[in-house]
Design a protein around this ligand. Structure first.
Ligand SMILES: Cc1cc2nc3c(=O)[nH]c(=O)nc-3n(C[C@H](O)[C@H](O)[C@H](O)COP(=O)(O)O)c2cc1C
Length: 402
């Protein structure tokens, strides 16, 4: 998504300003044209020469020094698709929230017509300050986008939200904004992802190979299209997408509780999690000791979350399931869609090496309860998620699907 796009990177006077070099480098590597604008304070932290060398373009610093007759603040902005301010200081955020434009970067932000993404970085006490929070809320309400900050240890040694978001999270948000879709704006999308773990005893559990990638891609794509996203996730190694409310669960029972709690406030439910069908009838309170005789486990069925959602679906709600199958998933996905009251079931063959669990791509079939099957070619999981959300909108609008 970044290829051929023009991005302005605004850098302000935070200790995290050095990370702007990495952000600029990654943007360039992904094919974007990058123009850097630095505040006076930012130049105390990083030399413009560094960012000039990395971006391959002259770094802009002054509003009045560049006497070429052009209006830098307007000309730069007119040519760009996205403005990222990373790191964004409390000062910069406050100035923009107050409508101030007393240097090149703030003037550029106010005059900019395309999306602006602020990536705050500051001391946790500064970020928690109600005045800063009010400014952030005001900018959000005005349509500005935010990535981070993350919680963690910041340069001054304190802990808490204030650390600049990871570079990969910033690039992910940037790519999402460049796609430019807002067609799920304000819609509540509840997504489940990952495996569940069903405990046998305090040290062992039953689980499956789900990595969570498909569900996380759905959450990111829905967020990128403007949805309010709640992601109910089983244990995964993935970073929670920025701008998404994460509810972490372990067992299928916990996932059921989380889904039933958040379903009433959601217009769309997309169940990409690989929920265990069965759990051990009892979880031993102590570690099960090794013995010489075979050990028989009794398994009992878990609540069927998709069937529950299909039953309790309100008019206007859209419920989507996933079916991980070994072999052609089309007919099974159709059967599942009909039996469980889902509006669409996404079938995938998890035995294919380039699809299903733990890979970046997927080859899926969309199965609609009226019998239609739509087979998609192999594509990136994010692209699958995007196509799925197209179908969600079509179903919401009363279309027959596909
Ligand atoms: C060593 C040092 C580190 C700083 N780090 C931050 C920071 O991470 N975030 C922040 O909001 N301000 C930070 N400041 C304060 C800003 O540099 C100061 O508010 C400045 O006026 C910001 O100007 P600008 O927003 O125009 O870049 C720091 C100051 C110093 C001296």
């Amino acid at each position: 998504m970044l290829g051929g796009k023009k991005v302005i990177l605004g850098v302000t006077g935070s200790i995290a300003a050095y990370k702007a070099a990495d952000i600029a480098g990654q943007l360039v590597r992904h094919g974007a044209g990058v123009h850097v604008v630095m505040t006076r304070a930012a130049r105390e932290f990083v030399s413009p020469l560094t960012l000039e060398a990395i971006s391959g373009n002259r770094v802009h610093t002054e509003m009045f020094a560049e006497r070429s007759g052009a209006m830098v603040h307007l000309d730069l902005g007119r040519q760009a698709d996205l403005l990222i301010v990373a790191p964004a200081t409390a000062n910069l955020i406050g100035k923009v929230a107050a409508g101030l434009a007393d240097d090149l970067l703030t003037t550029l932000v106010l005059a900019f017509r395309s999306p602006v993404l602020f990536c705050p970085a500051m001391n946790p006490a500064m970020y928690a300050n109600p005045v800063v929070q009010r400014n952030v809320a005001a900018l959000r309400a005005a349509g500005y986008h935010f990535c981070g900050p993350e919680a963690g240890r910041v340069a001054c040694g304190e802990e808490g939200p204030g650390r600049l978001a990871a570079v990969e999270a910033i690039l992910d948000r940037a790519a999402g904004l460049l796609r430019g879709a807002d067609d799920l704006k304000g819609i509540g999308v509840l997504v489940t992802a990952g495996p569940t773990r069903e405990p046998l005893d305090p040290v062992r559990y039953l689980t499956n190979h789900s990595s969570g990638r498909m569900g996380y891609a759905v959450a990111r794509a829905a967020r990128d299209r403007g949805a309010r996203v709640i992601l109910v996730s089983g244990p995964t190694a993935l970073r929670a997408p920025d701008g998404v409310s994460l509810v972490s669960v372990t067992t299928a029972a916990q996932m059921f509780t989380a889904v039933s709690r958040h379903l009433p406030e959601s217009e769309v439910l997309i169940m990409a999690a690989a929920v265990a069908d069965y759990r051990p009838a009892t979880a031993a309170p102590e570690k099960i000791k090794k013995g010489d005789r075979p050990l028989t486990l009794e398994l009992v069925p878990n609540e069927d979350i998709l069937a529950y959602a299909g039953r309790s679906k309100k008019p206007g709600q859209v419920v989507i399931g996933f079916a991980a199958e070994t072999g052609d998933p089309g007919e099974r996905a159709l059967d599942k869609a009909r039996r469980k009251g889902a509006d669409l079931v996404v079938g995938n063959d998890v035995t294919r090496p380039d699809a299903g669990f733990d890979v970046e791509t997927n080859a899926v079939v969309f199965a609609f309860p009226d019998g239609q099957l739509l087979r998609l070619p192999k594509m990136d999981k994010y692209e699958v998620a995007w196509r799925l959300l197209d179908e969600v909108l079509r179903i919401r609008d009363g279309g027959a699907g596909a």
